[in-house]
Design a protein around this ligand. Sequence first.
Ligand code: NDP
Length: 245
Amino acid sequence: NRAAHETKTVLITGASSGIGEATARELASLGHQVMLGARRTERLKMIVEDIRAAGGVADSRELDVTNLESVHAFAQAAQHAYGRIDVLVNNAGVMPLSPMHELHIAEWNQMIDVNLRGTLHGIAAVLPTMLAQGAGHVVNVASTSAHRVDPTAAVYCATKFAVRALSEGLRQESREIRVTVVSPGFTSTELTHRGGSTEAQAAARAASEVLAIPASSIAQAIGYAISQPADVDVNELVVRPTVQG
Ligand code: NDP
């Protein structure tokens, strides 16, 4: 068994709910030290308390991934608390679905800012540290929407296709940095709770209620990817409900 069991320091963006929260809980239970970031700090604090009560090592900090300074401060807080940055999980994301002709332009921009620019900000904030360490691991949460396009999801898919593209570029350029794309299918979270057109969001919620798998299934995939030996880079994991077409 060559699996690497050492403790890692892991930064998780969008850790206040859904896949990010489940990932923080899962990785802490595996013995990793986690730093949780998101805008809803009260929720982060409750999750950190839970993790600590279960014997894990966790801390949190307010984070807005659309703001490069905020992302830098988040990375610095983790570096300060734990002394190094082994893994960044770029998980924060939004999905306000709508047909293009409705011109929800502010929400298009929000998806670009959070899903795409936010991921790049995360990479920018940790890459110098990881290169100086001679090792690091970037896990980008994309989607099955990074592989196929559906009506009302054009811009969301565009951001997720872009996340896969930049992940592959980063992988090719760096010999020291491992890069993993985790592409979930329908997962039970708060993703469809905000924004978008009423009809498109209701359709997504209805599909999710029938199909979705728990966020812990995605967290376990991330746990698998970061537990591999140093010479093994799991490049992409697509994890979807068995019943999803
Ligand atoms: P949730 O809505 O439950 O979680 C999204 C997280 O992103 C929240 O913690 C939210 O925290 C955070 N977030 C949003 N905007 C920002 C911001 N500007 N700065 C920092 N954090 C932010 O949904 P999921 O858990 O489903 O989403 C996680 C990822 O999984 C996303 O990238 C999503 O696209 C992807 N995904 C989800 C699927 C699903 O079916 N659920 C399927 C495929 C991919 P806060 O609001 O507190 O800032």
